[in-house]
Design a protein around this ligand. Structure first.
Ligand SMILES: *[C@@H]1O[C@H](CO)[C@@H](O)[C@H](O)[C@H]1NC(C)=O
Ligand SMILES: *[C@@H]1O[C@H](CO)[C@@H](O)[C@H](O)[C@H]1NC(C)=O
Ligand SMILES: *[C@@H]1O[C@H](CO)[C@@H](O)[C@H](O)[C@H]1NC(C)=O
Ligand SMILES: *[C@@H]1O[C@H](CO)[C@@H](O)[C@H](O)[C@H]1NC(C)=O
Ligand SMILES: *[C@@H]1O[C@H](CO)[C@@H](O)[C@H](O)[C@H]1NC(C)=O
Length: 439
């Protein structure tokens, strides 16, 4: 644990002056209050999922980039009306999630540490007896007095793409790539912090097959905006409003927070319109109108950032991608301007996996600002650069989106969002942003 932790610190480089000795507060047993959940990074000392085998800095960066590739494929697969829309795709469970929260399910409540995902709708938990599920920690329906099977002719069963009928119970089998995930649509009381959400519909996973290694996950909580999402199912309570603050990558001992519902949300935020794209209806789109590097607004090909409801093109805010991806012409223009403004001018550009703007010498980097309609988000250096041990390798932590026909989305990823409060306010169609200390 310690060695992995140390390696992760190397990856993200803690300036010594800032490494105050914060002990992690992993305690989740104290009674939760209100509607606020702690968010842990998957590599946090508090996470049971932190990798057991330490990786070198380069290996960890390459791994995160590879997982991002899978994430991008998942995001671009979320096309409305496609015959096999994944509710929670097989790919999704093959991917290491970045952030986890505690959910309590059943009566009496059974705790599970689940991935938080703003780009998935569905929630699923492994159920007792699951064949091929990655974790021995599973939800036991038999131990819950409030558990119900959802019947085939219920309205909710019709919202699961490709439902099948196992007996009279609603079942699904999702295939994605070489993996498949079979389960039943079930209902039980979900508790998040102090809030009970009765008759919450979720996937009770019974069988996972195919594919490669699956990480030891205890399930997934989708915060997307589709019909079976937490937002839709908790409408009277949370009114499709939540905010989150992702903990600093600099210290994994910090936890962030997920605050559900309109009460107690911060007010000093700047807002940009939240857009709904019918082509990818689960995702949170915003209007990115420009990108500034240093003082210069980068010249981009006309229409390169345009929101398009027909193709699904545009910009999304996502909690599950680690490094921001921009469509190729946009990324290249931003990268070129960035390279031009790096000091000293003699610094040699190298690459590392999918990162093509790295430096083996100390540099002074220009700022990067995402210009959203109504808000300019200037990235602090820790949200923009990754540094290896003692700063001997520094990379611009962004890359070009893969060039397949579906991947026309720009993804503002979690590293770029750390230490910001992000408020999703669906009723008022707006997204709030403000720099914040999360812990
Ligand atoms: C994080 O917590 C660990 C374990 O309690 C402690 O040893 C370490 O010093 C802490 N690190 C920081 C940066 O606060
Ligand atoms: C759900 O269905 C299974 C299989 O048909 C059955 O064994 C179980 O008792 C049912 N549970 C409830 C709570 O109805
Ligand atoms: C669950 O789904 C399977 C098919 O995948 C079906 O055979 C079984 O009866 C279902 N059971 C429950 C409890 O829903
Ligand atoms: C799901 O269905 C596919 C094809 O119908 C089958 O090959 C696969 O084994 C099923 N998966 C599970 C986990 O039942
Ligand atoms: C964002 O920055 C641009 C360019 O510097 C400026 O023109 C614009 O007014 C700023 N927008 C906001 C909302 O502050």
């Amino acid at each position: 644990m310690i060695s992995h932790y140390v390696l992760f610190l190397q990856l993200l480089f803690i300036p010594l002056a800032l490494s105050l000795n914060h002990q992690p507060n992993c305690d989740l047993s104290t009674p939760a209050q209100g509607s606020t959940l702690k968010i842990f990074h998957i590599d946090s000392p508090c996470s049971p999922f932190k990798p057991k085998t330490p990786l070198s800095w380069e290996a960890r960066v390459l791994q995160m980039l590879a997982e991002d590739q899978a994430r991008l494929r998942y995001l671009s697969s979320l096309i409305a009306g496609k015959s096999n829309v994944p509710v929670a795709s097989g790919r999704q469970i093959l991917q290491t999630p970045t952030y986890i929260v505690q959910a309590m399910i059943g009566t009496p409540a059974q705790p599970l540490l689940v991935a938080m995902d703003t780009s998935s709708d569905f929630a699923w938990f492994p159920c007792t007896g699951c064949i091929g599920c990655p974790s021995s920690t599973a939800f036991s329906p038999a131990k819950s007095t409030t558990f119900k099977n959802v019947s085939c002719n219920s309205a909710q069963c019709k919202q699961v793409p490709n439902p099948t009928c196992g007996g009279s119970a609603c079942a699904y089998n999702l295939t994605y790539g070489s993996s498949s995930l079979a389960g039943n649509l079930s209902q039980d009381t979900l508790r998040l912090a102090a809030d009970p959400i009765p008759a919450f519909a979720f996937g009770c996973v019974r069988k996972v097959s195919g594919g490669g290694t699956v990480p030891p996950l205890q399930g997934l909580l989708g915060l997307g905006r589709g019909p079976l999402s937490l937002l839709s199912q908790s409408q009277p309570l949370y009114k499709s409003t939540f905010s989150y603050c992702l903990p600093s990558f600099r210290s994994l001992n910090f936890s962030g927070s997920l605050r559900l519902g309109p009460t107690a949300q911060p007010i000093r935020l700047k807002f940009t319109p939240l857009l709904r794209n019918p082509r990818r209806s689960s995702l949170y789109y915003v209007n990115l109108v420009g990108i500034r590097v240093g003082p210069k607004v980068v010249d981009l090909p006309p229409g390169a950032l345009a929101f398009n409801p027909t193709t699904g093109a545009g910009t999304i805010i996502d909690s599950g991608t680690v490094f921001t991806r921009l469509v190729k012409p946009v990324y290249e223009a931003v990268r070129d301007e960035f390279r031009r403004r790096v000091k000293p001018r003699s610094a040699v550009v190298t690459s590392l996996g999918g990162f093509d703007t790295c430096y083996m010498t100390a540099i002074v980097a220009p700022t990067v600002t995402f210009m959203f309609a109504g808000v300019n988000m200037t990235l602090p250096e820790e949200n923009m650069l990754i540094h290896s041990t003692a700063g001997s390798n520094t990379c611009l932590a962004m890359a070009a989106a893969p060039e397949n026909v579906n991947s026309v989305v720009n993804v503002i990823a979690n590293m770029q969002q750390q230490n910001h409060r992000v408020l999703v306010d669906v009723p008022n169609s707006r997204l709030g942003l403000a720099p914040a200390r999360c812990s």
